[in-house]
Design a protein around this ligand. Structure first.
Ligand SMILES: N[C@@H](CC(=O)O)c1ccccc1
Length: 517
């Protein structure tokens, strides 16, 4: 289905992801066309008046103070694209490139960048054509926006560099020829308009946020299942106690667990504490084999996932605001009949949001990592067999090895969660002297998410194994659905076998499949 951009509409971040995943075409309406034309005409008027405007009749970056006549505009703009397309490394996947292109189209369609309507429409045509520019992922400062990644895209639009089409890598000119698109011819400011913004980090960020939301949603249900499978107590989730602390996310998580576990007989309502005081002072008090209170990784679930929920809402809002912005310099506002030299290409907001996403997801992973340990350690699992190995323990090692994987991923992920947004380095003879590295932050958040999904997948595997051992009759209806969906992918393990394929399949579902459970 075509996704049409209208003037003044707020584009949802999740729409960038969904249109990129499905390769839905994007389009603009007449009001957008009118506004884009007006912005270009305003700039043309200023050029006729011989005003000095950055990237129009000046050079760029460290050569900002060099005048270049508009008669040389096409050469200047093409030189700009080639000079800054210096990224290296693995090529971004098709979905991410489409999300980045759509994010740039959203920004340019606001009609403040003075790109010609012809060239905006060509960018849209390339985005919709199946031609996917090859974008090496490493090398963006994130402040000139994402010059490197966006220049790789812009070069293909002018018939240079390289692109994929139906799985084949072709020269940009050949790729355009095959889909019947004439290369763009750039006039003054247009190369700059295509690249001088934050659309790289916003495009990749949109995918990260959409996946993080799914993973978090699923994790709330995984948490409920883990509480049941660890014979955890529900009373700490009673909404009445959460009224006593006003954090919204915490309250929402507690309410979810409370409601979900209401019909569970595996989770424990409350201990009958009456007979517990029969011992002498100093005796170990036990309620049968049960502890009086659960460990933090069960009991404090709302207090740990609450801030993750609230953080994600903030992160989504920030990246969505950036998406719906004119992130470019200079900007030409036709209503004000003004040109603004400005710094809207700066990616600090998104950089900090992506760092925050990495921290939030790592927090979730830390929780998951602790629960996995409880599932496998028989002294902490409220009666489960060691390493969830019911049949032939010792001859078999059970699920022991899964923890090696999750411990390794957890350690690696913590290192990846070190902030990028404070790593600024100066470049361009101190012209770009403080930068955001937002695209690097977004790439690292993506890596964090992938790792976290694998750790959560193993917790889910353990929880289902434990539920089978305890008896699944006691599951609540919602956790039973999750259990059954998981059993479509991984069976109860009564023999030792490699779990790699199971964990990877579950992780993929957690990131991409909405509404698990
Ligand atoms: N982001 C611009 C600078 C600016 O808009 O002031 C740029 C372009 C090219 C090379 C370096 C820097």
């Amino acid at each position: 289905m075509t996704y049409t951009l209208s003037l003044g509409q707020r584009v949802r971040l999740t729409e960038i992801e969904s249109t990129a995943v499905c390769a839905d075409p994007v389009a603009i309406d007449d009001a957008v066309r009118g506004r884009v034309r007006a912005s270009r005409e305003t700039l043309e008027k200023f050029v006729a008046e011989e005003r000095v405007i950055y990237g129009v009749n000046t050079s760029m970056g460290g050569f900002v103070n060099w005048l270049v006549p508009v008669s040389k505009a096409r050469q200047l703009q093409e030189n700009l694209l080639n000079a800054v397309a210096t990224n290296v490394g693995p090529r971004l996947d098709d979905t991410t490139v489409r999300a980045i292109m759509t994010s740039r189209i959203v920004s340019l369609s606001r009609g403040n960048s003075a790109i010609s309507l012809t060239n905006l429409e060509k960018l849209i045509a390339v985005r919709n054509s199946g031609v996917v520019p090859c974008v090496p992922e490493k090398g963006s400062l994130g402040t000139s926006g994402d010059l490197g990644p966006l220049a790789a895209i812009a070069l293909v639009c002018i018939g240079q560099w390289k692109a994929r089409l139906d799985g084949e890598v072709l020269p940009g000119a050949e790729a355009l020829r095959r889909v019947g698109i004439e290369p763009m011819e750039l006039s003054y400011k247009e190369g700059l308009a295509l690249i001088n913004g934050t659309s790289g980090m916003v495009g990749l960020g949109s995918i990260n946020v959409a996946q993080a939301k799914r993973l978090l949603q699923a994790y709330l249900l995984v948490s409920a299942l883990s509480v049941e499978a660890l014979a955890g107590k529900t009373k700490p989730f009673d909404p009445r106690v959460h009224k006593l602390k006003p954090h919204k996310g915490q309250q929402a998580v507690a309410e979810f667990l409370w409601d979900t576990l209401a019909d569970s007989t595996l989770a424990v309502d409350e201990l009958d504490t009456e007979h517990l005081l029969s011992g002498e002072m100093g005796d170990e008090t036990k309620a049968g084999s049960q502890s009086i209170e659960d460990a933090y990784s069960v009991r404090c679930t709302p207090q740990i996932l609450g801030p993750v929920v609230d953080s994600l809402a903030w992160i989504e809002q920030v990246v969505e605001d950036e998406l719906n912005s004119s992130n470019d310099n200079p900007l030409v506002d036709p209503d004000e009949a003004e040109v603004f030299h400005n710094g809207h290409f700066h990616g600090q907001y998104v950089s900090m949001a992506m760092d925050h996403l990495a921290i939030a997801m790592t927090t979730l992973m830390n929780l998951s990592n602790r629960r996995i340990d409880r599932f496998l350690d028989k002294s902490n699992s409220e009666g489960l067999p060691a390493f969830l190995c019911q049949e032939d323990p010792g001859l078999r090692l059970g699920l022991m090895g899964g923890q090696f994987m999750t411990a390794s991923l957890t350690a690696e992920t913590r290192a990846k969660a070190m902030p990028m947004s404070i790593q600024s380095l100066s470049s361009t003879a101190d012209f770009q002297d403080i930068v955001s590295f937002g695209f690097v932050a977004a790439r690292r958040a993506r890596e964090v998410l992938e790792n976290v999904a694998h750790v959560v997948a193993f917790e889910l595997l353990c929880a289902c194994q434990a539920a089978d051992i305890r008896g699944t009759d006691g599951l609540s209806p919602a956790t039973r659905r999750l259990y059954e969906q998981t059993r479509e992918v991984v069976p109860y393990l009564d023999h030792d076998e490699t779990i790699t394929d199971y964990v990877e399949a579950l992780a993929q579902r957690l990131l991409t499949q909405p509404g698990l459970g």
